[in-house]
Each structure stands twice: as structure tokens, then as C-alpha cells.
Design a protein around this ligand. Structure first.
Ligand code: HPA
Length: 267
């Protein structure tokens, strides 16, 4: 297996030596922001340890360079658990991010809403999450570092900075709990009622394993969902991946403004 430090060296050879400050993983339909990075787009296929992402609407390139004056690594795609049954699919990529010097990670995703006051087109900052699958990317890890505390896993400091950026842009940023459902089939209405009872505000097929991995690696992390639909049984609308891809740009434009403002604010 290639060490993340070797993959990091490959990236530095193409994108320059300066350390990366922050990683950003883009969810379904949110790829536009990657094009704004002033630096090379490196195909995942060139990067050992990176996923071979195969989901339409994702762009499997790592964009390394400046965005709003901050040196970032933008991941145009992620591997989901449902692709190959591997909850640790993003481990190599996140270890490489850390080896590049980053200490912060922002995750984005598309999600279904369980709350009528968070309709499609809205953005939801994750205050916390529910690992509804019971799967864990750290199963098999042998060191005591596997016992990762998950209180405040969603960084209060980063969340405050994202809230401030949204307020400065005049964009409503709701906050709530995200439940991770394995996919790739969507949930049943009964499962959505169950998740609501459990305290979930939104549901999606990603992000939670990456939050766990990020905390394991000591990265500060926050995540934002773009709500693409009401979850199963909560509206007449038909849920589909095409619908997710069609709706994501609605929230993506707002998310891009928040992220640019967040990056340009002093730390
Ligand atoms: N469920 C799970 N994942 C999703 C949804 C949903 O309703 N919408 C977008 N991603």
C-alpha cells in the first residue's frame, strides 16, 4: 500500500510545495466550486489511496490551489459506502489531506429533509449526526486512537464561522442533525418516520464516515447539507438521483457564497 506521504509528495510535485490549509469535499451537484480553484485538477486515478468514484454528478479530481487567498484541496468526488461496501473508502484521501498540512475539513452533501421548515433549496449546517448504519470506518484499526470522542465532532468554532459567513451574505443557514443511511436505495416512509422519532432533521448517504475519519486524524470538521427534496413520504414529489442532481445547484449557489466568505474571513 502506498503511504499517504508518498501520495502527498506526488501532489506537491504538481501543485507546489506550499502547505494546504483546508480540505473541502463536494457533494452531488456541487462540483462548480472546484473550477474556481487557482491550481491543477489532478485525476484521482493518478493518486494512490484515492477512491475510484463512479457516481454520476461527481467529478473525481483533486483541485489544489488558492481559493479566496487560502490554499485548499477541493475533492470533486467522494466514495460512498454504497459503492463498494467500504465505510473507510475515504481514509487514504483524508490521510493525504493531513499529510499536505491541512488541519480543517469542510464537507458538503445533498440530503433529504425531515423538517417542513427546511424545504428543498435550503442549506442545513450539521449540528450533529446519527450513525444510523452502525457501520464505522475505524473498525479494524488496531491502535487506541480508534476510541475517538465524538462530543463536539462538528466543530463549534467552524460552525460559528460558517454561521457568521452566512449572516454576512444574508443567507439563511438552518442547523440540524443528519442521519447517515447506507443507500443506494432511498429510505421508505416508515424509515423516515423512525429517523424523525430518533431526532434526525435530514438524511443522506455520505459524510458521517468522513467526519469520524477526520476526527480520528485530528482534523477540525464541519459539514453543510443542501436540501434537494423532502424525505420519503413527506411530499408528493418523486425522489430520484436525477432529481437530486437537478435540485442541488439551487443550494449550491448559496453554499458557494458562504464558503467564499468563510475562506476570506480572518481565522
Ligand atoms: N435520502 C437519502 N439521501 C439523499 C436524499 C434522501 O432523501 N436526497 C438527497 N440525498
Amino acid at each position: 500500500m502506498t503511504e499517504p506521504t508518498e501520495t502527498a509528495a506526488l501532489i506537491r510535485a504538481r501543485a507546489g510545495e506550499e502547505p494546504v490549509r483546508l480540505g473541502l469535499i463536494l457533494g452531488s451537484g456541487l462540483g462548480h466550486l472546484a473550477q474556481a480553484v487557482d491550481g491543477p485538477a489532478i485525476p484521482y486515478a493518478d493518486l494512490p489511496g484515492f477512491p475510484r468514484a463512479q457516481v454520476s454528478g461527481h467529478n473525481p479530481h483533486l483541485h489544489v490551489g488558492l481559493l479566496e487567498g487560502v490554499r485548499v484541496a477541493v475533492f470533486g468526488a467522494r466514495e460512498h459506502y454504497y459503492e463498494n461496501g467500504n465505510p473507510a473508502a475515504m481514509r487514504g484521501a483524508l490521510e493525504t489531506l493531513k499529510a499536505l498540512g491541512a488541519d480543517r475539513l469542510i464537507l458538503t452533501n445533498a440530503a433529504g429533509s425531515l423538517r417542513p421548515d427546511i424545504p428543498p433549496g435550503d442549506l442545513m449546517l450539521l449540528s450533529d449526526h446519527i450513525n444510523y448504519n452502525g457501520l464505522n470506518p475505524l473498525i479494524g484499526e488496531r491502535t487506541d486512537a480508534r476510541f475517538v470522542p465524538m462530543t463536539d465532532a462538528h466543530s463549534p468554532r467552524l460552525r460559528a464561522a460558517l454561521r457568521a459567513a452566512a449572516a454576512a451574505e444574508g443567507i439563511a443557514l438552518k442547523e440540524g442533525v443528519y442521519a447517515w443511511y447506507s443507500g443506494p436505495s432511498f429510505e421508505t416512509p416508515a424509515e423516515i418516520r423512525l429517523l424523525r422519532t430518533l431526532g434526525a432533521d435530514a438524511v443522506g448517504m455520505s459524510t458521517v464516515p468522513e467526519v469520524i475519519l477526520a476526527r480520528f486524524l485530528g482534523l477540525e470538521v464541519a459539514a453543510v447539507s443542501t436540501i434537494t427534496n423532502m424525505a420519503a413520504g413527506l411530499s408528493e414529489e418523486r425522489i430520484s438521483h436525477d432529481h437530486t442532481k437537478a435540485m442541488a445547484p439551487l443550494g449550491a449557489a448559496k453554499l458557494e457564497r458562504i464558503l467564499r466568505r468563510f475562506l476570506s474571513a480572518p481565522e
